[in-house]
Ligand binder design. Structure first.
Ligand code: MG
Length: 383
């Protein structure tokens, strides 16, 4: 069964209301989807995380012509063919995001060809529901006292929907962040809480905020520091007793080997649409496991990446093993995203804060081609 055709779909939409985090604000969504068609007409879909128009060039001009005609079953062979072809200039970055989307589409395709779900291909699901954490509480252009109130109300609304875990944004400024961390805990005394600064702090600020998170029983502190300063993570870990999470900017087993060896990281957060795809994510999980660490994917984008991460977590063995298993939470972005909520006729079902692991062949989500048409900005086709 050969790869016959590779299409890319740059989809985009304007948002009703912009939202911000420590670095900037979003007012639109852009995603690159990959569609791979094999010789019997079966189609697999994947998605890439990163600048859609730039990644599109990488797929169309570079990788697609090189893998047409290869076996649709031989995912690892295709991956290493692409890797070797671009090793001299693209060991990481947007070209790896391009490879990730192709790899994800091949997992979907192989599952459909074999009549197996992606979790079956990954070794079998250990659970049929994955607990989610709601990602939200992004910044808005409001006075800080009003923003604080709005964010706490948003978090309470997720608790009312059944989410037992959620993640807030910090990194606006340390004074505001401290107040937000404390107010959230007061409002939600039993909820699992995490905080994400998107690498907004220097070391003294990260120590200060880390101590507040520790005092308020937060589960993890995400991207406290810049990924360009790995030596600071270990110094932070020595000063605070809260799990440090990072990895959404990192790629490949080679990148994560360095990240894990640097120390100071307890939760590894590769994104399956960016780190090299599900194939590479499995290798990264093995590396993490060998160091006694858990990998919980970063998830942003549409249903394909969400489905891939759901299958991935359903097949995880939490470290360390014990009878009362430690939950590994699936990131479930709750910010406005029509490309996630209006593009598919079959979505990942999330009920009372838990994602039902799809059991149909492939990733188990299904794109509505009329909706795809509506959101499409640009497409390419390589045969
Ligand atoms: Mg993050």
């Amino acid at each position: 069964m050969k790869i016959e055709c590779i299409k890319t779909h740059h989809i985009k939409c304007q948002l009703d209301k912009p939202f911000g985090f420590s670095q900037w604000s979003y007012d639109q969504r852009n995603v690159l989807l990959i569609e791979i068609i094999c010789s019997d007409g079966t189609t697999g879909w994947g998605e890439c995380y990163g600048p859609a128009d730039v990644i599109q060039g990488g797929v169309e001009k570079f990788y697609a012509p090189r893998i047409i005609g290869m076996s649709a079953y031989s995912i690892d062979q295709v991956w290493h063919h692409m890797w070797r072809a671009s090793l001299d200039f693209a060991r990481s970055g947007v070209m790896m995001a391009a490879m990730s989307g192709i790899d994800m589409a091949l997992w979907d395709l192989k599952g459909k060809l074999l009549g197996q779900s992606v979790s079956q291909l990954m070794g079998g699901a250990a659970i049929d529901k994955v607990p989610c954490y709601a990602t939200g509480m992004y910044f808005q252009d409001l006075p800080e006292n009003m923003l604080l109130k709005v964010l706490v109300e948003e978090a309470i609304s997720y608790a009312e929907q059944g989410f037992k875990a959620m993640k807030i944004k910090v990194g606006k400024n340390p004074d505001f962040d401290e107040k937000l961390i404390v107010e959230m805990r007061k409002a939600l005394p039993t909820t699992v809480l995490a905080a994400d600064s998107n690498h907004a702090y220097d070391l003294p600020e990260a120590i200060r905020i880390g101590k507040v998170l520790e005092e308020n029983n937060y589960y993890w502190f995400e991207e406290p520091l810049s990924p360009e300063n790995p030596e600071l993570f270990r110094q932070l870990q020595d000063k605070v007793n809260v799990a440090i999470a990072t990895g959404e900017c990192e790629q490949t087993r080679f990148g994560f080997k360095k990240l894990i060896e640097q120390g100071g990281v307890q939760l590894v957060q590769a994104d399956l649409a960016y780190c090299g795809g599900p194939s590479e994510a499995l290798k990264i999980r093995t590396l993490a496991s060998a160091s006694g660490l858990n990998m919980i994917p970063h998830v942003w984008g549409t249903q394909l990446n969400l489905a891939a991460a759901t299958h991935f977590l359903a097949t995880a063995y939490p470290e360390p093993g014990r009878a009362e298993t430690k939950p590994l939470f699936l990131e479930y972005d709750r910010t406005e995203n029509p490309l996630r909520d209006e593009l598919y006729k079959v979505n990942v079902q999330v009920v009372a804060g838990e994602a039902i692991v799809p059991t149909t062949p492939g990733l188990g989500v299904d794109i509505d081609l009329d909706a795809l048409n509506k959101f499409t900005f640009n497409t390419t086709e390589t045969k």
